[in-house]
Design a protein around this ligand. Structure first.
Ligand SMILES: Nc1ncnc2c1ncn2[C@@H]1O[C@H](COP(=O)(O)OP(=O)(O)OP(=O)(O)O)[C@@H](O)[C@H]1O
Ligand SMILES: [Mg+2]
Length: 318
């Protein structure tokens, strides 16, 4: 079983608005609303890929009820802790004329200490029957930034493979807690190592520092695929994975589909290289759908043929 953790679950509303401009009144030509939050997206993709997954986290109010009902409606197993405050609604405006995308995320509910304790109990209970656990997305208000670090440690101690997709302080602290895999996008990785990247040698050095901080493997998504330092030492290798850019319908959540692809392949026992290829095909395929975490497994298989993997020499340590 694979667990996904979503502490900031949401209803994601996507509106298609041609010629979107600030300060004007618009009419949406298309709209979709689905359960979201990064972990929920990952769970939806894993389900589409035929993997056994259970989504957990916290959800509150009528929005929380809708999140749970939508997951259940999509036949995604779920077990959330109900909280007192209302879960958030996140709105994305996609402009089909320019391809530009604007996102507005609500602040989200505060989670009390008692609610958090209930969640941690639930997670540790579920983890006893799980092989992998994915932590993704931001932490709710009122929660210590060290929460992911603590969970990675406790769940990891049960022998569960831990995968982390977060940013800022929660990512920095949890990377030190030795997660199996961290998967930031490029700006998140820049923030984690504390400087911007000029070229691939900067990126490779950053992956190395992320591993030195504590992560066993580091996968950085980029718009063209990913750069990754994966595999256990002494076989750990730097690999660049590339796919031709597709004309996106919506790239919201392509990182989540990427991560789900990676986890699915890894759960199935694929080699590090196969995991990265499958992940990249899933990320790319998800850009062809309006909703986050939506992939067509048949198209993923077709795209796989177009994914190239290059082994890259690691730059010498200066
Ligand atoms: N237009 C595109 N064509 C093909 N692949 C794409 C395209 N856009 C994104 N991808 C793929 O999706 C994956 C995730 O990309 P990205 O780094 O943008 O994630 P992200 O910023 O974490 O996204 P999010 O947080 O919205 O889920 C990458 O492997 C990338 O190659
Ligand atoms: Mg991401």
């Amino acid at each position: 079983m694979i667990i996904t953790v979503t502490l900031n679950a949401a209803i994601d509303k996507t509106l298609a608005v041609p010629n979107f401009a600030l300060g004007r009144r618009h009419r949406a030509v298309e709209q979709a609303s689905m359960a979201g939050g990064k972990g929920v997206n990952v769970a939806r993709t894993l389900k589409a890929l035929g993997q056994p997954v259970i989504a957990t986290g916290v959800a509150g109010g009528s929005t929380g009820t809708r999140i749970i009902e939508q997951l259940t409606g999509d036949a995604v197993l779920n077990d959330f802790v109900r909280i007192r405050e209302e879960s958030r609604t996140s709105t994305a405006v996609v402009d089909p004329t320019s391809g530009e995308q604007t996102e507005i995320n609500e602040r989200g509910p505060a989670v009390s200490e008692a609610e958090l304790d209930l969640f941690v109990d639930k997670l540790l209970y579920l983890a006893k029957g799980a092989a992998m656990c994915v932590f993704s997305g931001s932490l709710p208000r009122g929660i210590e930034p060290s929460l992911y670090a603590r969970l990675v440690e406790e769940v990891g101690r049960l022998g569960v493979t831990t995968v982390l997709d977060a940013e800022g302080e929660p990512l920095r602290l949890a990377t030190r807690a030795e997660p199996t895999v961290v998967s930031p996008n490029e700006p998140e990785a820049e923030e984690l190592v504390g400087h911007e990247f000029g070229d691939d040698s900067d990126r490779a050095a950053a992956l190395r520092s992320i591993v030195e901080l504590g992560a066993r493997e580091a996968v950085m998504t980029m718009s063209s695929g990913c750069l990754a330092l994966v595999g256990a030492e002494p076989e750990r290798r730097l690999r660049r994975v590339v796919i031709e850019a597709l004309e996106p319908v919506s790239s919201v959540g392509s990182g989540d589909a990427f991560l789900a692809g990676y986890v699915a392949a890894r759960y199935g026992g694929d080699t590090p290289e196969e995991c990265l290829r499958f992940a990249t095909a899933c990320g790319a395929e998800s850009t062809q759908h309006f909703g986050a975490g939506v992939v067509d497994p048949k198209v993923v298989e077709r795209l796989l043929a177009e994914v190239r993997v290059e082994q890259v020499e690691e730059p010498a340590v200066p």
